[in-house]
Design a binder for this molecule. Structure first.
Ligand SMILES: *[C@@H]1O[C@H](CO)[C@@H](O)[C@H](O)[C@H]1NC(C)=O
Ligand SMILES: *[C@@H]1O[C@H](CO)[C@@H](O)[C@H](O)[C@H]1NC(C)=O
Ligand SMILES: *[C@@H]1O[C@H](CO)[C@@H](O)[C@H](O)[C@H]1NC(C)=O
Length: 368
């Protein structure tokens, strides 16, 4: 057996039994006692002796010596102290499965030899703790700590741990994983981050629930039910599709996701309002495109392609402006493209104002 350098404190606890029952030299104490190195042992003992005929007030000695009285040795009743090298196992009890919000008690108990400095319990979970000491036989004691708390969904599948620290610093711990029945939480709509308009998109309702969610409902923002089931397939998604959310339901309750708005991508559409106006010798063309993602806008002449001189973006609307001197051209084409597709629209150029004046002069001359 290993030799311990730990100190073992021991305390003798001898109680004199009442005189009336006492008639002979007898002693009651355990023949052996187990102690943890570094901790202490308390040896319980009770003895009796023949009636001395007078009052005995003082006891002392190694262990017992009574002043003014016949001496007696109880050395036949030696107690041996055994050092234990392994810590006593911790008894742990908790209901395996609990329900969120309902009070649950976990208890942790351990046998020890040191009632004057009993083991200290530390719990991994907060709650109301209550410690109950108890005397066993042969110098052994037990201490039980009971923790009462209200578990939440966050405690599901998490360990509840009890740590026992003995006088002298030795400690050990034990834990149990808690199953907490709870309504669905972290309810989310899973879907592709982007979807092209007109395509099908599959939505899935995910959640953390115990027991697992067994039914799902889908609603739009006004609360109308759209579908029931874990998956919801929108066959032809539209850019105008409103936000929607899902609700997951289990035997405990239900949980709702945040509203999700699909990111529906579509090719450019050029607004009929796009046009060109003249500004002196210059022409100003404005091309307005609606698309997602926003478009790039070009102005195409028969012989060249001009990029916009100014581009503004307002959500899905892109406004490209061209300021240029276009000479004798009569039409140009506005071209819009994005990752989904492209569109074009022919814009007529205003008749040059100097030329217009000339036509008026010619016309009036012709009339006269
Ligand atoms: C929700 O759905 C109902 C029924 O399909 C429909 O009448 C209503 O306009 C929708 N509301 C929104 C905001 O999309
Ligand atoms: C749009 O077209 C131009 C010219 O063909 C090309 O360089 C550009 O990458 C296109 N943009 C997108 C978003 O497809
Ligand atoms: C303009 O669009 C039409 C179809 O809408 C296409 O046939 C034509 O090639 C396009 N023009 C340019 C310059 O992209």
């Amino acid at each position: 057996m290993a030799s311990f350098t730990w100190t073992l404190f021991f305390v003798g606890l001898c109680l004199k039994v009442t005189q009336t029952e006492a008639s002979s030299w007898t002693i009651k104490m355990p023949s052996s006692i187990k102690g943890l190195p570094g901790s202490c042992v308390v040896i319980p003992c009770s003895f009796s002796y023949p009636d001395p005929g007078k009052k005995v007030t003082e006891f002392n000695g190694i262990w017992i010596e009574m002043t003014d009285y016949e001496k007696f040795s109880y050395k036949g009743n030696a107690v041996s102290i055994t050092m234990i090298s392994e810590l006593n196992t911790i008894g742990f009890s908790i209901k395996e499965e609990v329900t969120e919000g309902q009070s649950v008690s976990a208890s942790c108990s351990v046998a020890h030899s040191c009632p004057t400095s009993p083991p200290v319990f530390t719990w991994s979970h907060s709650g109301e703790e209550h410690v109950q000491p108890q005397q066993l036989k042969d110098g052994q004691w037990s201490a039980t700590s009971t923790l009462t708390f209200q578990p939440t969904s966050a405690d599901h599948n998490k360990p509840v741990q009890c740590t026992v620290t003995y006088k002298g610093g030795q400690h050990h711990k034990t834990s149990r994983t808690l199953k907490v029945k709870h309504a669905p939480v972290n309810v989310k709509v899973e879907h592709k981050s982007e979807v092209k308009e007109g395509e099908a998109v599959q939505l899935r309702c995910s959640s953390d629930a115990y027991p697992p969610a067994t039914s799902y409902q889908w609603h739009n923002e006004t609360g109308s039910q759209l579908h029931r089931g874990h998956d919801y397939t929108l066959l032809k998604v539209s850019r105008h599709a409103g936000a929607l959310y899902c609700t997951a339901i289990n035997t405990i309750g239900s949980g709702k996701s945040n509203a999700v708005q699909l990111n529906v991508l579509y090719a450019p559409e050029i607004a009929e309002a796009s046009s060109c106006t003249s500004e002196g010798d210059m022409v100003k063309c404005v091309c307005i495109s609606d698309s997602k993602p926003p478009s790039m806008l070009y102005f195409v002449l028969p012989d060249r392609v001009l990029p916009s001189t100014k581009v503004e973006k307002h959500g899905s609307v892109t406004i490209g402006t061209l300021h240029a001197e276009l000479g004798s051209s009569v039409a140009l084409c506005c071209l819009a493209n994005n990752t989904i597709g492209n569109a074009n629209l022919t814009l007529s150029l205003p008749v040059n104002s100097k030329m217009l004046n000339l036509y008026i002069i010619i016309a009036s001359v012709a009339e006269s």
